[in-house]
Design a protein. Structure first.
Ligand code: NAG
Ligand code: NAG
Ligand code: NAG
Ligand code: NAG
Ligand code: NAG
Length: 475
């Protein structure tokens, strides 16, 4: 449905805050952001609303803050959308929906035939997990075990020099080194990366960084319009909202890994990255009873080889040229780096590009902030649902023509969807796991200060270089 004339008028007549200066959001402050959010259980949910009608409606021209952003026209918006003038930096916190209760232990999702029953999360003890929003220590027995498994997987971890903070401009040598295949700086991908849905007009719908206080509003809307998505969750958020994760899973959404602390991965040591993935896989297993097989790296830094060694398929988002990346930039409304009009303009450009490509697509969006949920439920999703030709909107695993159960180790069909590491812990890539002498003794009990001793180990006949100190792998 389009905005009524009255709504358009009231939206247009409200002053829209335009921020001249941009404060870059610090991912390390997520916990503070979430802690500052209200936990009120008012039923006055701000962003859930009635579903889009599904009929084609006349285009709604939305107001823009200044002449700086071109005008935006959407096919459809949610009749209960939060006005654009309220989707701004420093917006007063809207009331949050009631958080779900833990699901009865043993419950199974209806879309995964052989799923194990849900664990009893009343027994979940945060004290058994690493601290929130910090890279987990690497000297724990759990992390030591995961390090050993990576070493014994037969996957070669490339020995690249570390990148420094500051992104592409600060790392000219790494950018120029094509052997790194650095997706962030140049868009390089490998065969193993998922960046699109194969079929044209199929959208692999994804949300990053939750579970978070406004995620229930997104879930309510997705329910109303009968859509499922992929949620790339932050492990420490799962500790905060385990019942919410269960609800996402039981509603048929795909759950995937988005690290434990959301640090920029290239600033962490190899062992710390293993800990980030390992703990996130573990907490999801402890809450859902299943272990995800897909992941998305935060801050666009990537660690392909470690993903492979830990049975995680990297899922990026579609990028058709250096200037046409399918990133709504919704994340940056909260910090004032962008505004909602620009985000919707980015969305319009994505739609324009979608019609020009032969494949489907994946878009970067977030369920972390009030603003990101409001723009998704109020504008982007209703507009997408009204799009002609119509989109097929699905979780990534399904747009890849896999079964919902293939999103998890325990329910994966290993005959139709072989994972990188087989159940005996070895790489299924025959060229990378040659037979020969095996020596894995150097992997245990040798860590100090979170760094493996620099060594070239002969594992399964393969020379595996373990990088000392700082991680040097980029996707
Ligand atoms: C779940 O665990 C709690 C805490 O240990 C216990 O009181 C409860 O009986 C358990 N529920 C089931 C269904 O096992
Ligand atoms: C594709 O996206 C780019 C960058 O956002 C934009 O400049 C271009 O106009 C878009 N193409 C179409 C056909 O909309
Ligand atoms: C598929 O293989 C994984 C190990 O890669 C194993 O854990 C899982 O149990 C297997 N799935 C099934 C359905 O046997
Ligand atoms: C798989 O790993 C085990 C030890 O983890 C080893 O004994 C076996 O030879 C490996 N198999 C292959 C095919 O590499
Ligand atoms: C298999 O391993 C070899 C050697 O490490 C590597 O060059 C190749 O890209 C790998 N193939 C896949 C599909 O991962």
């Amino acid at each position: 449905m389009k905005l009524t004339a009255v709504n358009v008028l009231s939206v247009a007549s409200l002053p829209v805050i335009v921020l001249a200066h941009a404060r870059h959001p610090n991912p390390h402050n997520y916990r503070q952001v979430l802690a500052a959010s209200p936990s009120s259980s008012s039923p006055l949910s701000s962003s859930s609303g009635t579903p889009a009608s599904g009929t084609v409606v006349s285009t709604t021209l939305l107001p823009t803050p200044t002449g700086s952003t071109p005008s935006i026209s959407l096919q459809s918006t949610n009749p209960t959308a939060v006005p654009l003038s309220n989707i701004v930096v420093n917006a007063p916190s809207a009331a949050t929906s009631i958080m779900p209760s833990p699901a009865p232990p043993g419950t199974t999702p209806s879309n995964i035939p052989k799923a194990p029953g849900l664990p009893n999360i009343s027994t979940l003890s945060p004290g058994n997990y690493p601290p929130l929003d910090r890279p987990p220590p690497t000297d724990s027995p759990e992390v030591q075990q995961w390090i050993k498994e990576v070493q014994e997987s037969g996957v070669e971890i490339p020995d690249f020099s570390p990148t420094v903070a500051g992104g592409c401009p600060a790392n000219p040598d790494a950018v120029a080194d094509s052997s790194r295949c650095w997706w962030t700086c140049g868009g390089c991908t490998r065969e193993t990366d998922v960046t699109t849905c194969p079929q044209k007009y199929n959208w692999g719908l994804t949300y990053d960084d939750g579970p978070a206080p406004y995620t229930p509003d997104l879930l309510n809307y997705l329910d109303q319009v009968k859509l499922s998505a992929t949620f790339f969750v932050v492990g420490s958020r799962v500790i905060s909202y385990p019942a919410l994760l269960q609800q996402e899973y039981l509603k048929g959404h795909q759950i995937a890994v988005h690290t434990w602390s959301h640090y920029s991965l290239t600033t962490l040591s190899t062992e710390e990255i293993i800990a980030e993935f390992g703990w996130t896989k573990k907490v999801i297993k402890d809450v859902l009873g299943v272990t995800p097989t897909m992941m998305r790296p935060p801050i666009r830094d990537r660690v392909r080889a470690i993903c492979e060694a830990m049975n995680l398929i990297p899922v990026m988002w579609t990028r058709i040229s250096p200037t046409a990346t399918f990133d709504t930039d919704d994340f940056n409304i909260h910090g004032g780096v962008t505004n909602v009009q620009q985000v919707l303009y980015n969305w319009e450009n994505i739609l324009g590009n979608v019609s020009t490509i032969d494949t489907g697509f994946i878009v970067l969006e977030h369920d972390l902030f009030q603003q990101t949920v409001e723009v998704a439920t109020g504008y982007i999703l209703p507009d997408a649902l009204a799009h002609q030709p119509s989109f097929k909107i699905q979780p990534v695993v399904e747009c890849l023509d896999l079964q919902p159960g293939d999103a998890y180790l325990e329910t994966n069909d290993n005959s139709t969807n072989p994972l990188p590491i087989s159940s005996d812990g070895n790489s299924t890539n025959s060229t990378s796991s040659s037979s020969g002498q095996s020596s894995s003794g150097s992997g245990s009990g040798n860590t100090k200060n979170g760094a493996l001793t620099g060594a070239v180990m002969n594992i399964g006949g393969l020379a595996v270089t373990v990088v000392l100190g700082v991680l040097a792998i980029t996707l």
